[in-house]
Design a protein around this ligand. Structure first.
Ligand SMILES: NC(=O)c1ccc[n+]([C@@H]2O[C@H](COP(=O)([O-])OP(=O)(O)OC[C@H]3O[C@@H](n4cnc5c(N)ncnc54)[C@H](OP(=O)(O)O)[C@@H]3O)[C@@H](O)[C@H]2O)c1
Length: 266
């Protein structure tokens, strides 16, 4: 595992974005959903600090976002599951991007459920990347924002975290744990005026899902990104279901009695 590497590029562009959304840190900046969110933010003239694993992909995304109107794009290449690097990443953000107002956590991994059932190592790695490392990293940002008494933390969990299902309960349990973590964090940071947004997408067409049989019917990442950016601009709602229909779907799913639910094969 390599230690984090950094780079910066900027050009002057008119800042047209709303007052609350100017300097955004994206943790997992090469994800299909994050790429679309970042394009919206670039059009708004935001400054961005992007963290992701691949320096090559980061460089491509950096150029693309500058061409689309971002006023500054910094990058930091790091494996976000490696908790030993979190302090270094956070230090880079504070030194190079002081006064950042928004953090969006968008990284995650979905293994084949059967692999997690067969191997405790696979299971632990899925829990680690989706929950443990995310909670660890957000804890650093939370303390800083709480002390500054400003800002917004948003993190992508999943509707899969709302109820444990036979076909993906390992991934779902990590996302559910992250949703609970965010709920508590929201309450902790409320007195300091720091907002915490839990983003729960339904299935979205991205590299994470493109091998799944019904992928063509999943939501487009552009649509989900629009909802996310609107929530970041408004710093509301506390819990965003996207596309919106998933709020109602999951409300119905949660009401299915357990005696019936355990017999369902999905
Ligand atoms: N697509 C869906 O249906 C769906 C539904 C609900 C929630 N979500 C969640 O939405 C978020 C974005 O996923 P996506 O749909 O956009 O899929 P994606 O394109 O596969 O993005 C996942 C991203 O996570 C990054 N990642 C994984 N492990 C990492 C690590 N250790 N360090 C740094 N980055 C790491 C990957 O980096 P690399 O590019 O280096 O591989 C990839 O960019 C994830 O949290 C996912 O769980 C997705």
């Amino acid at each position: 595992m390599s230690s984090p590497t950094h780079s910066a590029k900027s050009f002057s562009a008119p800042t047209t974005t709303r007052a609350l959304l100017k300097k955004v840190v994206v943790l997992g900046a090469t994800s299909g959903i994050a790429l679309e969110v970042q394009r919206h933010l670039a059009r708004l003239g935001c400054e961005l600090l992007l963290v992701a694993r691949s320096p090559e992909r980061l460089a491509e995304v950096q150029s693309d976002l500058l061409a689309r109107g971002a006023s500054q794009v910094l990058t930091c290449a790091a494996d976000l599951a490696a908790i030993e690097y979190h302090a270094g990443i956070f230090d880079f953000v504070r030194r190079s991007f002081s006064g950042y107002d928004t953090v969006l956590l968008s990284y995650g991994a979905m293994q084949d459920q059967k692999d997690s059932e067969a191997s405790v190592d696979v299971l632990l790695s899925e829990l680690h990347v989706n929950y443990v490392s995310a909670a660890a990293l957000l804890t650093l940002f939370a303390a800083d924002m709480e002390q500054r008494r400003t800002g917004c933390i948003a993190a992508i969990t999943s509707v899969a975290g709302d109820r444990g299902r036979r076909s993906n309960y390992v991934y779902g349990s990590a996302k559910g744990a992250l949703s609970l973590f965010l709920q508590g964090l929201r309450s902790r940071l409320h007195p300091a005026g720091v907002k915490v947004i839990t983003i729960k997408p339904g299935p979205v067409q991205t590299p994470m899902t493109d091998h799944l049989p019904n992928a063509a019917r999943f939501a487009q990442p552009e649509m989900v990104a629009r909802d996310i950016v609107r929530a970041l601009e408004r710093r509301s709602p506390d819990v965003l279901y996207t596309p919106k229909i998933w709020r109602y779907v999951m409300a119905a799913v949660e009401h299915i009695p357990e005696t019936l639910f355990k017999r369902l094969s999905f």
